[in-house]
Ligand binder design. Structure first.
Ligand code: ATP
Ligand code: SF4
Ligand code: MG
Length: 327
C-alpha cells in the first residue's frame, strides 16, 4: 500500500478549549488509485491531509495519536531528514487557491524550473526548458512565450494548471488535491479535473481528492471516504456508494446533488449544522441531524462496521447501516 493512515487523532488547543478535529481517521490509497475524501466544512478533511504532508500548524495543532504509513513506514516515527526527503520529492499537494500558493514575484517558469534545479541539480537553462515542457503538458497555450509571465497574468484555471504542473514536476507517487477546482467556474472545473485525472493515470500516481462536491467524484474516483466530525463514517468503492449508501449522512449528501433529470425540483438539504468540535455530541456525532436516529444512537458511538454481504469491502459507522442500505 502506498499510503495508509491509521487511527489518526489531531487536536487544536484554542482559547475555548481543545477542538478534536480528527478523531481516529483511517484511509488508504494505492499507486494509480484515486480516493475521494468527502464531507462538509470542518469535518477534518484538510487537517488529515496536512498531517500526512507534514504541514500541520503545530501549535496550536497536535497529532495526538495514530500512524501515517508511507510504503509501510510510519512518517510520524521517521527521522526528520528522511521525512523531508519523502515529502519533498515523493508527495505533493495541490491547494484550492493557486494565487496564494504560488510566489507572486517569481515568473512561473522560474518557479517550475526551480524544482528541477533544487531537486535534480539541473542547470538553469535545462530547467527552464523542462518548465516549458511541463506547461505544455498541462495544456497552457503558447507555453514558450508565457514561461516568463507571473502568476497574476494567468486566469484562475490556467493558474490551477500551473499548480498541477508544480505538483507533478518531480513525478511524486502521491498527490493530495485539496478542493483543487472549488474556486473555478463550472466549465473550467471540469477541464482542470479531467487534466488532473489524465496525468494521474499516465503517471500511476496515488491521488487523494478532497472535495465537498459528490458530483465531481463519480467520474474520477475509485473509492470514497466520507468524513463527519473528524471520523470516517462511510468507506466504499465509488459505484457502491452511488448505488446504495450505507450511512444516512452519505444518503443526505447524495440527495443534495443537483440532478439534470430533475430540473426544477427542490433540492434536499441535510438539516442542522455541523457539530461543534469542542463539544462533539455523545454517541453517534450525527444523531442530532439524523432522520433515522433513536436511543442507541444517542448513547453509543458506532464503530466502523463492516458492511457484510457486499461483494467488495465497504464499511459504515452507523448502528443501522442495514436499514439505510435497504431504504
Ligand atoms: N489552525 C487551526 N487552529 C485551530 N483550529 C483549527 C485549525 N485548523 C483547523 N482547525 C479546526 O479543525 C477543524 C477541521 O478543519 P479542516 O480544515 O480539516 O476542515 P475541512 O473538512 O477541510 O473543511 P473545509 O471543507 O471547510 O475545507 C476546523 O473546523 C477547526 O475547528
Ligand atoms: S448511528 Fe444512528 S444517528 Fe448515527 S447515522 Fe446511524 S441511525 Fe443515524
Ligand atoms: Mg479543507
Amino acid at each position: 500500500m502506498l499510503l495508509e493512515v491509521r487511527d489518526l487523532h489531531v487536536e487544536f488547543t484554542t482559547r475555548e478549549g481543545v477542538a478534536k478535529a480528527v478523531n481516529g481517521v483511517g484511509y488508504s490509497v494505492d499507486e494509480g488509485e484515486t480516493l475521494a475524501v468527502l464531507g462538509e466544512s470542518g469535518s477534518g478533511k484538510s487537517v488529515t491531509a496536512q498531517a500526512v504532508m507534514g504541514i500541520l500548524d503545530v501549535p496550536p495543532g497536535r497529532i495526538a495519536g495514530g500512524e501515517i504509513l508511507f510504503r509501510g513506514e510510519d512518517l510520524l516515527k521517521m527521522k526528520e531528514e528522511d521525512r523531508r526527503r519523502i515529502r519533498g520529492a515523493d508527495m505533493a499537494m495541490i491547494f484550492q487557491d493557486a494565487l496564494s500558493s504560488l510566489n507572486p514575484v517569481l515568473s512561473v517558469g522560474a518557479q517550475l524550473g526551480e524544482m528541477y534545479e533544487v531537486h535534480r541539480g539541473m542547470s538553469r537553462k535545462d530547467a527552464r526548458a523542462r518548465a516549458v515542457e511541463l506547461m505544455d503538458r498541462v495544456k497552457i497555450p503558447a507555453a514558450k512565450e508565457r514561461v516568463g509571465d507571473y502568476p497574476h497574468q494567468f486566469s484562475g484555471g490556467m493558474r490551477q494548471r500551473i499548480m498541477i504542473a508544480m505538483a507533478m514536476a518531480l513525478e511524486p507517487s502521491l498527490i493530495i488535491a485539496d478542493e483543487p477546482t472549488t474556486a473555478l467556474d463550472v466549465t473550467v472545473q471540469a477541464q482542470v479535473m479531467d487534466l488532473l485525472a489524465e496525468l494521474q493515470r499516465e503517471m500511476n500516481t496515488g491521488l487523494i481528492l478532497i472535495t465537498h462536491d459528490l458530483g465531481v467524484v463519480a467520474d474520477v474516483a475509485d473509492k470514497i471516504a466520507v468524513m463527519y466530525a473528524g471520523r470516517i463514517v462511510e468507506a466504499a468503492p465509488v459505484h457502491e456508494i452511488y448505488r446504495a449508501p450505507a450511512h444516512p449522512y452519505t444518503r443526505g449528501l447524495l440527495d443534495s446533488i443537483p440532478r439534470l433529470d430533475q430540473k426544477g425540483q427542490e433540492l434536499y438539504a441535510i438539516k442542522g449544522l455541523p457539530p461543534n468540535l469542542l463539544a462533539i455530541p455523545p454517541g453517534c456525532a450525527f444523531h442530532p441531524r439524523c432522520p433515522m436516529a433513536r436511543d442507541l444512537c444517542r448513547s453509543q458511538v458506532p464503530p466502523l462496521y463492516e458492511v457484510t454481504g457486499s461483494p467488495v469491502p465497504r464499511a459504515s459507522a452507523c448502528h443501522f447501516w442495514k436499514e439505510c442500505l435497504h431504504a
